[in-house]
Design a binder for this molecule. Sequence first.
Ligand code: HQG
Length: 176
Amino acid sequence: MNKEKAEEKGKFISLLLRHNPAEFNLSIDLHGWAKIEDVLRICEITTEELNFIVENNDKKRYEFNADKDLIRACQGHSIKVDLGFTAITPPSVLYHGTADRFLEEILIEGLIPQARQYVHLSVDIPTALNVGARHGKVVVLLVDSKKMFDDGLSFYQSTNGVWLTEKVPAKYLKVL
Ligand code: HQG
């Protein structure tokens, strides 16, 4: 499988596992797992091709269970799933990249998850710049995660390293 096809199929798998399994009659359990055989059938790919997509995915978006008969996305869902995250202590600061047109609203109501289950936060500025640039002219916000944590707000980290939280009230944000 070439890189282009792997990317194209990878995007489709993201849609399937995170956003719209119902449209393709894919069953997903409460923890986000789908049967590999179902995903292979719907995506019209082989086991080897799926392994290639999972291993070479730029953000390591997907994971297999230990028995390797199930697959799920590590984060980023808009459908409601319980990925079994445990709340952990975050780094003292985190970053969020967004588009400048969202800034005014964000500085009033804070960061909210929009279509996804969580607000996604990045560990460094380059990552935040990439995330934000997907939406337009990028702006990076500094998140005072230490203060949030001290104030009792919870943080989780997905298996592929993205920091997640339910919301970030505006008082913890600073425009860089
Ligand atoms: C913005 C990608 C107005 C928020 C990335 C963002 C990430 C507000 C957009 C992952 C707002 C939602 C997630 C408010 C937040 N008013 N706009 N109050 N609060 N927003 O795509 O963080 O490639 O759902 O700033 O790498 O951009 O999918 O979130 O701009 O990890 O694996 O609303 O998606 O990963 O956009 O990206 P998104 P995101 P994948």
